[in-house]
Design a protein around this ligand. Structure first.
Ligand code: SRM
Ligand code: SF4
Length: 520
């Protein structure tokens, strides 16, 4: 993209400059050369930034061991594809594993630069892609993890999600049309009733809504825009005042992306997400510019959308809309998988299901299409000891970002700490209602503390006169219908003090009972 805006700011902003000098996607033709010279000798900007256009992330915490972020539209992956990813991480032994992400996606750990040509060849054969999954690109497109299985769903959006991804990435080959956005960009398409995608925290989200035309009810989507989290500012998405039929979803995504690409603010990266453009223009102008890019007027939104359920976590056994078939949601502690787990999950999906595996934004997974007759045997499989269908309450709803183990933005270690604390509290207390705890290692909010009942954001706290690992406490996040964001209620709690502090909070505000204590 060579708009005036981009060129004007290129000299001011390091990221705009590096994009103007060479498109990130260009490195796809240089993989053999990178593999030959090795990570230390290759150009630093290619290594640390442009490779992210291919989904390959240099990790300053583990130099030489890269992270690879895939794209899994609607969080769906086949058993054969899972096996290919298992093979990739298996090569790296204990240093290799995979994480299920908060965008129902997978990230592989430990990847070496010398293996990239072979890895990309394997991904292509398996019809997987990691293209445009980092930096100023559109992230994995999320949908209900039970799309097509849910008897109560309104629209099966799987095909739509795939079409939007294909448009943005040129069917996974890479599309220079959308490789120079002002900033990252999130899209979600919900087809169910429970807002499983967190519509409110996406730059564009489609939520099901009926439109009445000459007495005929037509099912489509109301559109909200501009939702985002950043270290400086967090905003819920606002209505575009548009209703679109499913057939218009791809074109509307394209039109919004073109407007954002050509007019989005680029000078200051802290003020570049879509909402900042909407603020600057006002919604009326933003909507008019989108209509112009679309080539026709938008229909106004309908008065009400169809999100009228609380959010489900899908853990456990559930009947599908297809008679005699079930989907089983397995809890994956903080989303972490190892190669052996991935092989085993692929086997289970084939033996008991249709070979399909689904991922959730809660970093768990679902195996669908298990016939009634095979359910009992499935539930006896040893891996369900690790990936339970009945986890303890706090562990069940736990979400955590990557944290200090692999992320250099992190102010604290998150995943191991989050899991240990949830387990310890589950030992101490009894809960009669689910309480969703989300951990995030820094203010970037990848672990979405603002959507949680209890959100914990890594910070440095002071204890006994010393700087120690700590968290800021967020509360009040509501998901599902009438979703809204939680806010920071207390700052700088030392991690060492968290267990008693959270125990008291759970007792006082969430009706928990300390085990063994008489009821007052
Ligand atoms: Fe994120 C940057 C991990 C979901 C907001 N995020 C990063 C980086 C790439 C930073 C880095 O280079 O180290 C992290 C990689 C760490 C690693 O090695 O894993 C990272 N983000 C993640 C993941 C893996 C967290 C997780 O454990 O699940 C999620 C990957 C999703 C995916 O599959 O694509 C992830 N990140 C999110 C979300 C949640 C969401 O999308 O629902 C957010 C908040 C929502 C949003 O973006 O509006 C989020 N990540 C950020 C930000 C702040 C963006 C901003 O506008 O300022 C950054 C920093 C940045 O972009 O400059 C960031
Ligand atoms: Fe890293 Fe911060 Fe995102 Fe956690 S929230 S993955 S620590 S950037």
């Amino acid at each position: 993209m060579t708009s005036v805006t981009t060129n004007q700011v290129a000299s001011q902003n390091k990221f705009e400059k590096l994009k103007a000098e060479k498109d990130g996607l260009a490195v796809r033709h240089e993989l053999d050369q990178f593999a030959q010279v090795g990570w230390e000798a290759m150009d630093a900007t290619d290594r640390e930034y442009r490779l992210k256009w291919l989904g390959v992330f240099f990790r300053p915490v583990t130099p030489g061991q890269f992270m690879m972020r895939l794209r899994l539209p609607s969080g769906i992956i086949g058993s054969q594809q899972m096996r290919v990813l298992a093979e990739i991480v298996q090569r790296y032994g204990e240093d290799g594993n995979a994480d299920i992400t908060t965008r129902q996606n997978l990230q592989l750990r430990g990847v070496r630069i010398e293996d990239l040509p072979q890895i990309f060849a394997k991904l292509k054969t398996a019809e997987l892609t990691s293209v445009q999954s980092g930096m100023d690109n559109v992230r994995n497109i999320t949908a209900s993890p039970i799309a097509g299985l849910d008897a109560d769903e309104l629209i099966d959006v799987r095909e739509l999600v795939q079409q939007v991804q294909d448009m943005i990435t040129n069917k996974g080959e890479g599309n220079p049309e959308f490789t120079n956005l002002p900033r990252k960009f999130n899209i979600a398409i919900e087809g169910g009733r429970d807002n499983s995608v967190h519509a409110e925290i996406n730059d564009i989200a489609f939520v099901p809504a009926f439109n009445e035309n000459n007495g005929e009810k037509e099912l489509g989507f109301n559109v909200v825009v501009g939702g985002f989290f950043s270290a400086k500012r967090c905003e819920a998405a606002v209505p575009l005042d548009a209703w679109v039929s499913p057939a218009d979803v791809v074109d509307l995504c394209r039109a919004i992306l073109v407007v954002y690409r050509d007019y989005g603010l680029r000078a200051n990266r802290q003020k570049s997400r879509l909402m900042w453009l909407i603020d600057e223009w006002g919604m009326a102008r933003f909507r008019a510019e989108v209509e112009q890019a679309l080539g026709h007027p938008l229909q106004p939104a309908t008065a009400q959308d169809e999100i009228d359920w609380d959010k489900r976590d899908h853990i456990g056994v559930f009947a599908q809309k297809q008679p005699g078939l079930n989907y089983v949601g397995l809890h994956v502690p903080v989303g972490r998988l190892f190669a052996q787990d991935m092989y085993e999950l692929a086997r289970l999906a084939e033996v008991y299901g249709s070979g399909e595996i689904r991922l959730t934004v809660e970093q768990n997974l679902i195996i669908p299409n298990i016939p009634d007759a095979h359910l009992e045997a499935f539930l006896q499989e040893p891996i369900l000891q690790k990936f339970s269908v009945q986890p303890t309450p706090l562990v069940r709803s736990l979400v955590s970002c990557t944290g200090a183990q692999f992320c250099n933005f992190a102010l604290i270690e998150t995943k191991n700490r989050a899991l240990a604390l949830a387990r310890a509290l589950d030992e101490e207390i009894e809960l009669t209602q689910p309480v969703r705890i989300h951990w995030t290692g820094c203010p970037n909010s990848c672990g979405q503390p603002q959507v949680a009942d209890i959100g914990l954001m890594g910070t440095k706290a002071r204890k006994d006169g010393k700087a120690v690992d700590g968290v800021d406490l967020y509360m009040g996040g509501k998901v599902g219908k009438d979703a809204h964001l939680g806010t920071c209620v207390q700052k700088g709690i030392a991690c060492d003090d968290l267990q008693p502090m959270l125990r008291d909070l759970l007792v006082q505000q969430f009706g928990a009972k300390v085990k063994g204590e008489p009821i007052a």
